[in-house]
Write a protein that binds this ligand. Structure first.
Ligand SMILES: [Zn+2]
Length: 154
């Protein structure tokens, strides 16, 4: 058994790029050119500081999965980008300062929260998703705390 990383839905990101409103909330989204590299939640690569624009908005990673939300700020490229799709591979430039793996069971039950270095993400995801009580993992930045992506068993 392995894992696959699931990025934000492309249609949802496109909606925000068009409306500049947070999906489900209606709060204003905003555009800026970052001064430091920021992680795009669609391609799961860096938005290059000084060269590319981002759209920032409020996002609930439990959207369409659980009925109690946990919204927070996220970024996507302002331009369209290709959604990440590399089964069994953790994105090379996502969460380089460390990851918090929030492991959930069905019903939004937090089974455990595990902090790992970026280099240790792949074996940790394999091991945690093999547990019978873990259904999915929300990967967050261990430093900023923000949601990065979801990991599912493959
Ligand atoms: Zn992107």
């Amino acid at each position: 058994m392995g894992f696959r990383i699931v990025p934000m839905d492309t249609a949802l990101a496109d909606e925000v790029r068009t409306t500049l409103r947070a999906p489900g909330y209606g709060h204003p989204a905003w555009r800026e050119v970052p001064t430091e590299a920021a992680p795009c939640r669609v391609c799961l690569d860096a938005i290059e500081p000084g060269r590319e624009a981002l759209i920032a908005f409020t996002y609930d990673p439990f959207r369409e999965r659980e009925d109690v939300p946990l919204p927070g700020p996220v970024f996507v490229h302002e331009r369209r980008c290709e959604p990440y799709a590399e089964p069994g591979v953790y994105p090379a430039r996502l969460g380089r300062s460390g990851l918090l793996l929030n492991c959930y069971g069905d019903g939004r039950r937090l089974v455990l929260a595990h902090r790992v270095a970026h280099a240790d993400a792949e074996p940790a995801l394999d091991e945690l998703l093999a547990r019978p009580d873990v259904d999915y993992i929300h990967v967050r930045s261990a430093t900023a705390g923000c949601y990065l992506c979801t990991a599912l068993p493959d």
